[in-house]
Write a protein that binds this ligand. Structure first.
Ligand code: HEM
Length: 445
């Protein structure tokens, strides 16, 4: 079966048309040729951007000279009220300081320390899911938020503060659904921004609640009663260069980032992966059989081979972060074309993962491909669900374990069948479906 994608436009269209299209849905507003081009330039009075699909350009921007291509300043506009100067949007020495503290909490085998939290959240999700026709998107969001709260603060999402933060995040995203696209579509300053007051107010509410969690944790660390979770690890790790730990204010920024970057993304991929399994009973049976392998011991995770292949294939077809943006700090020449200072460089996992010159049968769901040497070669050049280089996602290992465990636990407990409604992907903060992702769930006896 072809994993659906919106059909792109054939030409460039007028600027206003493109702008209206972007506001409706970025994926279908972009031209079809991006699935076959190595690079594409977009230019109008407000924006000059370059879509980079050429693997050597991606290496240059993300790995070889990342300091010359920082995160786009335009990205900050929408995200700063919520994330402050958190690691997702900071740049330069401030960003390096933040990563020196955060990385040890996620590095190497540390994901093992979050395994109990992930397994508890997966079992809770399998128990919570109702029978019948269900929009799986909000269920996946609930499950992913549960993983983050249990991993960070050792509390389930049902805890009063966790539930409040989760609800406020949902409201925030409804108020600011285009936030990630700000870099691609800079609206003129004089244009009234929809909901901007509401956005600021939900961001303020979320930050106040996170500040409370951080203050409570600081007190628990002082009295030696803090649990050994991610928050404690991060708050007690000094920057090896300066000896400084995060202040409470800095920690609020980082918690907001970890919550946003860690739950929206995982929720999006999980929802699409469950839908793909509903469409592919043969893979569903293999993943469901792996539920029996789940134990309290982290050592069971490498055995979840089908779950891993399915989650990777879902990450390829629905990569959660559809696009991310860097900025050229000086003039460059890309593929013989002049790139001026300030140009926006768009990395689009969405197009890269379905690129006709980089993948065999790009729109087809085939988890078995991950065993083939061709797919391994494509993956080395053109599989960037977590980005790459020094700004790559620090939560990638945690997200992979979470994805596998969630798929096995949920599919082991419920048979998944498609409904008459076919989901249409749209790019919001992450890749969502236009009208929900509907499945029919039947509890397995
Ligand atoms: C399937 C799940 C996930 C996907 C697809 C994903 C993807 C990404 C991508 C593409 C980026 C780079 C964005 C950019 O350069 O603009 C990123 C950054 C980041 N992610 Fe993830 N992520 C996932 C889960 C997580 C989790 C579970 C956490 C933490 C618990 C996390 C924390 C972060 C942070 C802190 C950054 C910013 C890194 C920096 O800028 O230095 N992510 N993620």
């Amino acid at each position: 079966m072809t994993a659906p994608r919106p059909v792109g436009t054939q030409g460039r269209g007028t600027f206003l048309g493109l702008m209206r299209g972007f506001r409706r849905d970025l994926l279908s507003a972009l031209p079809e040729r991006l699935y076959g081009a190595w690079m594409a330039e977009f230019r109008n009075p407000l924006i000059h951007s370059f879509f980079c699909n050429d693997p050597s350009l991606l290496r240059l921007v993300l790995q070889e000279r990342p300091e010359d291509f920082p995160k786009s300043r335009r990205m900050r506009e929408g995200l700063a009220p919520l994330l402050g100067n958190g690691v997702f949007i900071s740049n330069g020495p401030e960003w390096a300081h933040q990563r020196r503290i955060l990385d040890p909490a996620f590095e190497g085998g540390r994901v093992r320390d979050s395994y109990a939290a992930i397994l508890d959240a997966a079992r809770a999700a399998a128990r919570r899911l109702p029978a019948g026709e269900v929009d799986i998107e909000p269920q996946a969001a609930h499950a992913a938020a549960d993983v983050i709260f249990r991993s960070l603060f050792s509390m389930p999402v049902e805890h009063r503060i966790a539930a409040d933060v989760f609800d406020a995040f949902r409201e925030h995203q409804e108020a600011q659904p285009l936030v990630n696209l700000a870099a691609l579509l800079p609206l003129p300053r004089w244009l009234p921004r929809p909901h901007s007051r509401r956005t600021r107010s939900t961001a303020g509410r979320i930050r106040a609640q996170i500040a409370q969690l951080v203050a409570d944790r600081r007190a628990a660390i002082r009295t030696g009663t803090a649990p050994a979770d991610l928050a404690t690890r991060i708050m007690t790790t000094p920057d090896p260069e300066t000896g400084q730990c995060f202040s409470e204010a800095e920690m609020v920024d980082q918690v907001a980032v970890l919550f946003l970057a860690g739950h929206e993304t995982s929720a999006s991929v999980l929802a699409w992966a469950l839908w793909l399994l509903a469409e592919h009973p043969e893979w569903q049976a293999r993943v469901a059989a792996e539920a029996a392998l789940l134990t309290d011991d982290f050592a069971c995770v490498p055995q979840l081979k089908a779950s891993r292949a399915v989650f990777r294939e879902a990450l390829r077809l629905y990569p959660a972060v559809a696009m991310f943006v860097r900025e050229a700090t000086g003039p460059e020449t890309f593929r013989g074309r002049a790139v001026p200072r300030g140009a926006q460089l768009v990395v689009s996992p969405w197009h890269l993962h379905r690129h006709q010159r980089l993948w065999d049968r790009p729109d087809i769901f085939d988890p078995g491909r991950w065993e083939t040497p061709e797919a391994k070669a494509s993956a080395r050049a053109a599989f960037l669900p977590f980005s790459t280089g020094p700004r790559a996602c620090p939560g990638a290992a945690l997200a992979m374990v979470e994805g596998q465990v969630m798929l096995a636990a949920i599919t082991g407990a419920h048979r998944l069948d498609p409904t008459a409604r076919r989901p249409q992907p749209v790019a919001r903060l992450t890749i969502r479906a236009h009208d929900g992702i509907w499945l029919r769930l039947t509890p397995r006896t």
